[in-house]
Design a protein around this ligand. Structure first.
Ligand code: BMA
Length: 342
């Protein structure tokens, strides 16, 4: 086993964790939490399903932004708190987004939130209507007020995730340009900003590729984790079947100083729908990661993923085992390895 390290990340001794079950026959170094799903149907009044959601450490516990599907079918973002990262208290009110002057500025819908701490604040990003599906962003320091930032992109775009620190002095945001529907295509892109207001210097990162599990489209999942081998990125990939898309997730490692270059990319998925809560639900056969927690002292990583657009589930891995597996099964295309500028 190699000795890959998680870098520039505070210790998290209370990371939710469960060892890999004895006799697990999966080849992948990622295993599921035995008590999945961690959030079931109708978790709070007015919300039918919670799935693709993001958690982060806060104080001696955890905080999360949940995608809550309301009874009218419209998704919005809800806040939750937890002592152990597994059992959650979800606020019954939607997250109250405001403009800079403090006036309400609620999105018409909001889904697939990510939550990333950068310097002294937390940033939420999600998909919302901006005269077409695109990315919304907000900043908070207290989880009471959420101040909207400028929308980083014009439509259509989804799956935005910030890096947890600046690289070469600039904030970095991954995203996936899309269409206004169910998008039968899609690559991951990197955009850069000096101030989280103006985004540019766009670079292509990786293509949907020739592996069948991710042949239709890919999209970044959790915020990249800084490691001694590069930025570890969990991402989802969709394959096309007679009965629709199947969403699995995999991982790649991006160059630390030039993250539009892919160093290693796992040819195999790490997790694909096979449990009842992943195969059966509002949208069958979906595993959709939006966040991780990690502890640099033990190398433990806990992954939060939405299952079948109905449940929230967790999986676990260890950074050294995972990076070894990605490297041993890596297949990087020419366009992945390039700087992404033509
Ligand atoms: C994607 C997104 C996700 C969803 C997935 C499967 O396009 O809309 O929110 O989980 O489809 O339905």
């Amino acid at each position: 086993m190699s000795s890959v390290k998680i870098l520039n990340c505070p210790s998290l001794p209370n990371i939710p964790w469960q060892e890999r079950p004895e006799g697990d026959r999966h080849d992948s170094p990622v295993w599921r939490y035995s008590e999945n799903p961690i959030i079931g149907r109708n978790p709070i009044p007015g919300v039918a399903r919670v799935f693709n959601s993001a958690a982060a450490p806060l104080g001696d516990g955890f905080v999360a932004l949940f995608r809550g599907e309301r009874l009218n079918g419209i998704p919005m973002i809800y806040l939750g708190r937890s002592r152990d990262g597994i059992h959650w208290d979800i606020d019954p009110e939607m997250v109250p987004f405001t403009d800079e002057a403090g006036a309400p500025l609620m999105p018409r819908y909001a889904y697939d939130p990510r939550l990333v701490k950068v310097e002294d604040a937390w940033y939420a990003m999600w998909c919302q209507d901006n005269y077409g599906a695109s990315i919304g962003m907000a900043r908070t320091t207290d989880f009471k007020t959420f101040t909207r930032l400028e929308n980083p992109f014009i439509p259509f775009n989804r799956n935005a995730v910030l890096f947890p620190r600046r690289v070469n002095g600039r904030y970095l945001l991954l995203s996936r340009p899309s269409d206004g529907g169910h998008t039968p295509f899609g690559d991951i892109w990197l955009s850069q900003s000096p101030d989280m207001k103006f985004w540019g210097m766009h670079r292509h990162v990786m293509s949907s590729g020739d592996k069948w599990w991710e042949s239709v489209k890919i999209g970044s999942g959790a915020a990249p984790i800084e490691t001694s081998e590069g930025w570890l990125l969990f991402y989802h990939g969709a394959s096309s079947t007679c009965s629709g898309f199947v969403y699995s997730f995999g991982a790649a490692i991006l160059d630390i100083d030039e993250p539009s270059r892919v160093k290693y990319r796992c040819a195999n998925f790490l997790l694909t729908p096979e449990e009842w809560y992943e195969e059966k639900g509002f949208v069958p056969s979906v595993c959709f990661p939006c966040a991780t927690l990690q502890d640099p002292d033990t190398g433990r990583i806990a992954i939060y993923y939405g299952a079948a657009d109905t449940y929230l589930a967790m999986a676990f891995t260890r950074v050294d085992e995972l990076v070894d597996y990605i490297k041993a099964n890596s297949d990087v295309s020419e366009s992945d390895a390039e700087p992404g500028l033509r």
